[in-house]
Design a protein around this ligand. Structure first.
Ligand code: GRF
Length: 201
């Protein structure tokens, strides 16, 4: 049976779209059962609706504090009984409540080669540092900022004439391919985590 994916997003959802497209083929071994967001009116939610996938929104402003929001997000996600939860451009850090439920099966994609350039602006920070190569990283989320065990990485060369937008768009192409390849492999083959080492088999 196909693994159940819940995808969390905050923006355009091009990464989500890659997973929706991949899910259309049964041999992918996984399908997106729900898309959650921390805001309304975003293209990611529209993409989910067009694909006939359930959506939900958990806004921090709806809850007394961050802890309550975290618990509500965990509850909403749990309702879809996911095997794997994917942060695909989700611009919030989850907390202890979420991680205690989904730790080890919550993954995130980041637009830089971690551990370099963690945080909100991976592409911009790499460009400003003057690196010649950067890329993207898929990792298992832990309680740090982009610090969890690494599942996969892709290299993207920086061009002389790159600005943040051209570089980030090129990284996103690599991110989408990486995510589809590795989510599919995780779904079909399973995975283990020992310390910082993630093994898919
Ligand atoms: C990706 O680069 C992701 O790593 C970053 O935001 C981008 C998501 O884009 N944090 P989209 O919303 O999936 O188009």
């Amino acid at each position: 049976m196909a693994a159940r994916l819940v995808v969390l997003a905050s923006g355009g959802g091009s990464t989500l779209q890659a997973l929706l497209d991949a899910s259309a083929d049964a041999s992918f071994g996984a399908r997106v059962v729900a898309v959650g967001a921390d805001r309304t009116g975003i293209e990611a939610l529209a993409r989910a609706e067009r694909a006939g996938v359930a959506t939900f929104t958990c806004r921090t402003s709806q809850y007394a504090d961050r802890d309550d929001w975290d618990a509500a997000l965990a509850e909403a996600v749990a309702g879809y009984e996911p095997n794997l939860v994917i942060s695909a451009g989700f611009m919030k850090l989850v907390g202890k409540r979420f991680l205690s439920r989904f730790g080890g099966r919550f993954v995130n994609t980041h637009p830089a080669l971690l551990p370099s350039f963690p945080g909100m602006h991976g592409a911009r920070d790499a460009l400003e540092h003057g690196v010649k190569i950067t890329g993207c990283t898929l990792f298992v989320v832990d309680d740090g900022i982009d610090t969890g065990p690494i599942i996969a990485q892709r290299v993207v060369p920086v061009r002389e004439d790159d600005d943040e937008s051209t570089l980030h768009e090129r990284i996103k192409v690599a991110e989408r391919e990486m995510l589809v390849e590795y989510v599919g492999r995780m779904a079909r083959q399973g995975w283990t985590i020992q310390g910082r080492k993630v093994t898919i088999s």
